[in-house]
Design a binder for this molecule. Structure first.
Ligand code: ADP
Length: 259
């Protein structure tokens, strides 16, 4: 569908970036960053030009998940050179601050930092820029939606009620901000034992599918809770890169193919 023409004051596009897709969650720890990293790597493996902005200022985890480190360079003192790994161009708040340093920022600082990351990083030509948001419904979500043309948001939740209640609030906020909802992803859907393959529904099962139906948004997919997903994330090479033929990687790839 044709993109709305950007107005002078309304949401702006990012130079060279075709589409901006945000990944959101109501609660922290539901796997939003894991899903962002795996989707970005899966898109890159398909040959798409992908950027990943880690905007989770409170707990930036993309440098670790994508295996990058070091302070990004700024040769001209105005723009920032992003880092690159697994075919993904990436930038993170975590690279601007030290990993052990907690970020205690106020709204206006967060907004400034986000705008800087979007506009001053040399993203180059990208088919899609994935923005890994902080959890919840705060300043970063508002600024991103109001200052930039966000083509869609993916909402990640586990099947538990406590996570679903917050996911619903997130969807409500993005609807108010007029950001199209791409759909929901159920993470930690089923636990698959890495030893015997036995399946167990640790956090329940199907809760996100039911919620997606109730909210009239698509269910994009279900990602199992599997040890390999956690181990590969921690090692800096997501499962879609390290074990592309596993069924876990396939669950991510299926979602990426339709994005
Ligand atoms: P969030 O970004 O929502 O805070 P993370 O992506 O950082 O959540 O995930 C929290 C923790 O759970 C991480 O250690 C991650 O490796 C692990 N994790 C996330 N999804 C899965 C999964 N499907 N299977 C196994 N571990 C997972």
């Amino acid at each position: 569908k044709p993109k709305p023409k950007p107005s002078q004051t309304g949401p702006q596009p990012v130079a060279g970036v075709d589409r901006i897709i945000a990944v959101a969650s109501g609660k922290g720890g539901v796997g939003k960053s894991t899903i962002s990293a795996n989707l970005a790597c899966a898109l890159a493996a398909e040959g798409r030009r992908v950027g990943l902005l880690d905007a989770d200022v409170y707990g930036p985890s993309q440098p670790r998940m994508l295996g990058v480190s070091g302070r990004p360079a700024s040769p001209d003192g105005k723009t920032i050179l992003p880092l690159r790994n697994h075919g993904v161009t990436m930038m993170s708040m975590g690279l601007m601050v030290n990993e052990a340093q907690a970020v205690v920022w106020r709204g206006p600082m967060l907004m400034g930092a986000l705008q800087q990351m979007m506009n001053q990083v040399q993203w180059g030509a990208l088919d899609v820029l994935i923005v890994d948001l902080p959890p919840g419904t705060g300043d970063v979500q508002m600024t991103l939606s109001q200052k930039f043309v966000v083509d869609g948001v993916i909402v990640v939740s586990t099947p538990q009620d406590v996570a679903l209640i917050d996911a619903r609030k997130g969807i409500d906020m993005f609807r108010q901000l007029k950001v199209p909802i791409v759909g929901m992803i159920e993470n930690m859907s089923t636990h698959i034992c890495s030893n015997c393959g036995h399946e167990e529904h640790v956090f329940g099962h199907g809760g996100v599918a039911a919620e997606a139906r109730a909210l009239d948004v698509p269910l994009l997919g279900e990602i199992p809770l599997h040890l390999d997903i956690r181990v590969t994330s921690d090692s800096g090479a997501p499962i879609v890169v390290t074990r592309p033929d596993s069924s876990q990687a396939e669950a991510f790839r299926r979602i990426a193919r339709d994005l």
